[in-house]
Write a new protein. Structure first.
Length: 73
């Protein structure tokens, strides 16, 4: 993630600067970060049970192919 950040200069009238990133993008990053932060260690790596029986708890486990981590990087 070697992106140059745009510096935002405050206008001479004292108005708050206009953001260079959309509020939707900021919300997306916040939601994905919360999803990533909620992850837990993998407890049963090779479980053969039905996910609906387990209340789909494996979604909260931190797997190596986690799409949330890929979306944040």
């Amino acid at each position: 993630m070697a992106r140059k950040s745009k510096q935002i200069e405050e206008s001479s009238s004292g108005d708050p600067p206009e953001l260079a990133i959309s509020p939707e993008k900021v919300c997306f990053v916040i939601i994905k970060t919360r999803e990533f932060d909620a992850k837990d260690i993998v407890t049963e790596p090779n479980t053969a049970s039905n996910p609906s029986d387990d209340k789909t708890i494996s979604v909260l486990e931190d797997h190596s192919d986690d799409p949330v981590a890929q979306e944040l990087t």
